[in-house]
Design a protein around this ligand. Structure first.
Ligand code: NAD
Length: 424
């Protein structure tokens, strides 16, 4: 018996309503009625807004929003909204923050709110001559850029600097122009991309070359957020724990296999706040990992040291391209509410808070790894997930999860057996 596969070539799909698209998707995939009803419920995001934010919308994806507590940052107390599907992330930040709360919490700073856009010029007859021709026009470039965004200029931002390099590539020399723009409270991707596109024909005219790419760089190394904190030796359980954390950091900084996981843990905290505030998680993640490899070796985003008093000093420096205006930050009602909870007055303040969260996350991960191991803390929430996977409902979930933890066997097969026993 042969079955004909439905076609994914659906003409005019984008012109349909979310509900009509959902029906077509359900027909294609053979979705059951429960799945369709579930997807049709868009929760607290207005379907009309969802339909404007991205293309071909059929539903929304709910992610838990948790609040990390005990954060004192630059002498101010914060509750931190975090959107993540991963258990233990919110607890890790809260625990780390609690352990340094009485020792001043976190101190932060920032290098500025500058974004870089790149313009790629190829086929330049004289690349070095072209480079100077572009640099000579800095004032004209400033005017052309600032004319693109009078609102940004009114906010005190706009064109800041110009750098031009001749880059040797497999395809020959390229002249790469960087415009550096102060994007203030905006993440700034659209702002700088518009400027780069506006400049492109002028650069071609000045040099006789051809421009291909005109786009921001996510390696936002002129938008570095920094945070540091000191955990007293007593507060964290003594010198063995302290030395274990320092050694774990040294391992990560020397070995990319370890550094990838070490930095992933940091991004557990960072991305959760970036997402909760409607900012671009991919932009921040790309920037963080590129920055971790900036010296040609992929290493740790954090540093851990022992102070002369024998305490543990942690620090982080990471590109943080986040905004309070633009993108989904102002449009998404959950993002707006999260920004209200954070009560931040500038993109810079938000970036600094997020850096502190990244450092806190790293502290907890390294402390767990250097002592009891990561699984112990994970287990109770993980056990609840396993209990639900086995079909536990309501009160059964906690009872079954406790049982799995007590048995030391947090596995679906055991959960199925135990659930059967529990139900008699
Ligand atoms: P945007 O263009 O929506 O808003 C920024 C604009 O808001 C500024 O240009 C300015 O005109 C105005 N503004 C008002 N008040 C301001 C203030 N106080 N400070 C600064 N500007 C103010 O957004 P954007 O920030 O330019 O772009 C962010 C979006 O671009 C994100 O959604 C991101 O996902 C997306 N994006 C990212 C990439 C990437 O990272 N590679 C590429 C393209 C687009």
């Amino acid at each position: 018996m042969s079955t004909t596969q439905p076609s994914s070539r659906i003409s005019g799909f984008h012109k349909l309503s979310p509900d009509e698209r959902l029906q077509k998707t359900a027909d294609f995939a053979g979705l059951d009625a429960d799945a369709v009803t579930h997807l049709r419920n868009m929760g607290n995001l207005d379907p009309a807004l969802a339909d404007r934010l991205i293309e071909n919308v059929v539903g929304t994806m709910n992610i838990p929003l948790g609040i990390a507590t005990s954060l004192k940052i630059d002498a101010q107390d914060y509750l931190i909204p975090m959107a993540t599907e991963e258990s233990s992330v919110v607890a890790a930040v809260s625990n780390a923050a609690r352990q340094c709360y009485d020792h001043q919490g976190f101190q932060t700073s920032m290098s500025g709110t500058f974004m870089i856009a790149q313009i790629q010029l190829v086929q330049s007859p004289n690349p070095h001559d072209s480079r100077l021709r572009i640099l000579e026009r800095k004032d004209e470039i400033r005017s052309l850029c600032n004319e693109c965004d009078p609102i940004l200029v009114q906010m005190g931002g706009g064109f800041h600097d110009l750098n031009v390099r001749v880059l040797q590539t497999e395809g020959g020399p390229m002249v790469i122009t960087h415009i550096v723009v102060d994007t203030k409270d905006a993440m700034g991707a659209n702002a700088v991309n518009t400027m780069a596109e506006t400049l492109a024909p002028h650069i071609e005219r000045w040099t006789g070359g051809k421009v291909y790419l005109r786009i921001l760089s996510n390696l936002a190394d002129q938008r570095l957020a920094r945070a540091r904190a000191v955990w007293t030796c007593e507060a964290i359980g003594g010198p063995a724990v302290r030395d274990g954390i320092v050694s774990a950091y040294q391992f990560a900084d020397a070995d990319p296999y370890r550094a990838a996981t070490h930095n992933k843990g940091i991004m557990n905290g960072i991305s959760a706040v970036v997402l909760a505030t409607g900012n671009d998680t991919r932009a921040v993640e790309a920037g963080a990992h590129a920055y971790a490899a900036r010296n040609g070796h992929y290493g740790s985003l954090t540093r851990w040291e022992v102070t002369p008093e024998g305490h543990l000093a942690g620090s982080i420096e990471v590109p943080m391209a986040v905004g309070l205006v633009g993108g989904a930050t102002k449009l998404h009602p959950t993002a707006r509410a999260c920004l209200q909870i954070l009560n931040v007055q500038s993109a810079q303040q938000l970036a600094r808070v997020i850096a502190a969260v990244g450092l806190a996350q790293n502290f907890s991960a390294l402390k767990a790894l250097a002592t009891t191991g990561i699984q112990k803390g994970h287990m109770s929430l993980h056990a609840q997930n396993i209990a639900m996977m086995a079909g536990a409902l309501g009160d059964e979930i906690a009872v079954l999860a406790d049982k799995l933890v007590a048995l030391g066997k947090v596995r679906v097969d055991i959960a199925l057996e135990e659930l059967k026993r529990l139900r008699g």
